[in-house]
Design a protein around this ligand. Sequence first.
Ligand SMILES: Nc1ncnc2c1ncn2[C@@H]1O[C@H](COP(=O)(O)OP(=O)(O)OP(=O)(O)O)[C@@H](O)[C@H]1O
Length: 717
Amino acid sequence: MSAQTHEGLLVPGPCAAPVQAPDPTPKPQAAPVAAEPTAVEVEEHEPVTVDQPSDPASEPRPWEMPTVRRPVIAPWVRDVRQLRRATWWAVEEALHPIAFHAARTHLYAGRLAAGSPRGAARTVRALVRWTGDVEGRERLQGTDRADSPVYLALSRQRDERVKRRAPVTGAALLASGVGEGLLYAYEPALFGLTTTAGVLALGAVGRRRDRPILDSPVTGSGYAPKLTSDVVERALAACGLPATIAKQISEKGLEWVAPIQVDGPGWRAEFDLPYGVTVAEVAEKRDKLASGLRRPLGAVWPEPETEAHPGRMVLWVGRETLARSKAPEWPLLHRGTANIFEPLPFGFDQRLRPVSIPLIFDSILIGAMPRYGKTMALRVLLLAAALDPFVKLYIYELKGTGDLSSPGEQVAHRYASGAGTPALEACMEGLREVYAELERRSDLIRGLPKQVCPENKVTPELSRRVGGLQPLVLAIDECQELFGHKELKEEATELCVAIMKRGPAMGIMLALATQRPTKESLPLDISANMGIRLCLRVGGHLENNMILGTGMSARGVQAYTFTRKDKGVCYLAGVEDDPIVARGAYVDAPAAERVAERARALRAAAGTLSGQATGEMVEVDDHSPMVLLGHALEAVEGEKAHLAVLAARLADSWPDRYTVDGPTGAVPWTAQQLGAYLRTAGVQVDDQVWAAGVKGRPTNAAGVTREALRAAVASRS
Ligand SMILES: Nc1ncnc2c1ncn2[C@@H]1O[C@H](COP(=O)(O)OP(=O)(O)OP(=O)(O)O)[C@@H](O)[C@H]1O
């Protein structure tokens, strides 16, 4: 059998026994000998059909097949808020044009009256043309008289028409004249009415094409024409897909999965793209698609229906852009509490469906150009977290405008706002404190019995039952100030990376917001490890991918396509399978203050107010690493010391500074914790140092030498 490929057949591959092609040249015939058994048997390969006949027994039964049932009642109908909006929209849509035109009837009447002389002239001209059969005359003039039979026939036909039409016109004019005269004499009201109607009718006849009588009840840009399959197909064919695909779409159309329907404040179209085309390819060309649909960019949202296949697209086209749509109220604005173990209400999507962010066990990075809503987005999240009375908040706002003072001042365990060194130092102190908390929690969780903590992570029950395991959110606004700081950046990066990586399982979450998402201002280690990413308007694809993740702009997730009006509008990645578009709820400063007061009352009732919120003053050292080094030099007693021994001595001498809360009271820092602090302060920590152990006997363990401490001080000063 030859090795060439047959369609629909499987042929032997390279591993199959080689088969010799028959040699066309005749061989000399040898004398017949007895056939000897050959050592190699050539295996015959029957072709195997690729499409096997179907075996009904092995086919899944209809009830075993996964089917996606479309909801009996559309989801937006079940959502009371959306239903209310949709109903209101339909009523407005019907009543607005009626009211609009009713209010302008006098204007329209004036326009018609003004156009009536032109209309009268046009009517007279049309009547004269018809009665005198001007068309027939023109045809007659275009005929060669030499062609006399045709000429004669046309001439006769015209004469007959004129003879027939002249009495009709005369009678009609006479009748209307007499009629009007009689009405004038006997029914003046009816005469007025018919004369007005006549004038208006003449005005309609005399209207100019460039000046419509009726005004448009909607302005051009805001008018959203109904979305139809023709419009969608035309736009897709023109959006820059390969020519063959575009041709296929315009000739054969799309495969529609469901009829186009009103969905919230817009239309929803669901269809399959041609074979091999993915939604990402179309999303990448969203601007061209919007041009094809003749809609603003902010109103056109193609999304994949991931549960079906990558080519199934849900195209949602809004009546207006997301930035212009009327924002629903933040659900926690006036009442309610939150639970950090559930998604926190954040805002709404293009279809005005609520969007929540599951912050627990994750960290969030917020990035944007200045003045596009980073702080607002962070504030909404922090307010939601504050409404869970068990969440401990560390809030640092490094811009210095006090935008996070609510909830910072009312409920945060630690809060600082400022653009200078004190706020930065406070932030560093907070990071160190949370890092220490990390160490303490890991010891605490490790020490808990398996029945209490089977998964070795904080659960809602544990966080409420075991003291010191309450969820903790550390938020830093304008974090570029920290990561761009010459002296602090290394330590800050190290602490943040550790918190991001190890914190979530222990209920510690990090929220960072930056207006400068560059390599210098946002270390790669941090941007790469963020679970949730929220990107408002940015300048270009580099910043876009820095915040949302590599390759996002190529997938059509392009926050740089947001316009100047898109304040608070963002791409949100890490919340659902695919990035979604959302607009954060807008909670202004007075409203934020009221929510924060509510959160404070909740905490007071639950007995969870702590730290600065209770009036505790936090001492911030200007040069904390230097303070640590000085203390360590005092405590080292000799030339070298184990970290565990040093930690115990530091805790003895400065208990407020070098202890953390444990289940049985304050405990010293662990050796690992102290090691991490000393390393970030520039001290060389050795794994094996021969010195007296905790019990006094000399052993080998991790420690530092006096010389290493002195060297670190020297390099810092
Ligand atoms: N969700 C939103 N809805 C409507 N408007 C918003 C929203 N978020 C922000 N804005 C508008 O954008 C302005 C800037 O917001 P914000 O202060 O949060 O921006 P920022 O990115 O933090 O600015 P900066 O870079 O200066 O810190 C707000 O004053 C508000 O007018």
